[in-house]
Design a protein around this ligand. Sequence first.
Ligand code: PMP
Length: 369
Amino acid sequence: MHPWISDRAESFDSSGIRRVFDLAAKLEDPINLSIGQPDFDVPGEIRQATIEAIESGKNAYSPTQGIAPLRESLQAKVAQQYAQHDDREVFVSSGTSGGLMLSMLSMVNPGDEVIYLDPFFVMYPALVQMCGGIPVPVDSYPDFRLDPEKIEAAITPRTKMILLNSPANPTGVTASASDLKQVAELAAEKNIALVSDEIYSTFHYDDEFVSPAVYNDQTIVIDGFSKSHAMTGWRVGYVHGPADIMAAMLKLQQYSFVCSPQPAQWGAIRALETSLDGYLADYRRKRDLIVEGLSDVYELVKPGGAFYVFPKAPVTSGAAFVEEAISRGLLIIPGNIFSHRDSHFRISFAAPDETLHRGIELLRELARR
Ligand code: PMP
């Protein structure tokens, strides 16, 4: 280890993901079911709005909280969606990741515990550790349900935050309204910060998306345009919640990310006016395709949202299974990157139909062996 490297940077590693990327780089024409972003491009009118912003000189810093017209549009959307709590403040962050980082930095003290479900989005434990916090993953196998009783059992006097993610990465599972309500009320009762990562809120296939903020008006909601509008490289997210918390987060944003890229924010205004119904229907169909193609040979939970399925590997080690799949040209992600268990693997169905068909065929063959 280099002597200059901080304990913070040493406190977690990302070797698991790097290993998958290294293996992937060696493949020619892989069947790629590993990508965590939509397979469509940013819709044309959004690209055009961003190009126009650049051409008309909107290239400088924006206010740290975001350009006024985008904030106003987001504020209106939030007021409509969370009608009973119209005192929520909104700001524009540098992606959802930026919002997550700021939420940790502004609320987690060293030694504070942060509860989230295992399997989890890879960034969660790392972010908690960067702030000196203690990650408290709550095992949600085999159904990946947000079980309020399990959350309650994980609470200690040091619990500072509960971090929710529905629809979830990597399982695609959506929490039911009643479970969200119970957890939201539990957080309120125990005075624990509730953070809701809603990056997949547009990809909700079987019923209406519900935010825990509906049941707990102190919830900090983090959302963004990366997944909904395929704008992952543009870095536009947004956060809404109680004014004091938003002010603390903005103070930290001012001295770190500064602002989300201004031209992309102009594109985001157009994104709010763009219908995603076509994409949603297409992704629902892809979800059905993959579930129907695999559920008789793999143990899996049908995802209600996002674009992931998290089946159980047909051998004891998920990582060993993924190595085998990659050696056959199929790129999937081992579950142990997102979990303390090594029994499952993640498939992303954000891929062309032809790729999905090839992937299903190979996975069926691997399951039979
Ligand atoms: N949260 C979850 C659950 C995610 O899956 C991702 C992206 N993989 C993010 C946040 C980060 O998204 P962004 O590009 O907006 O930073």
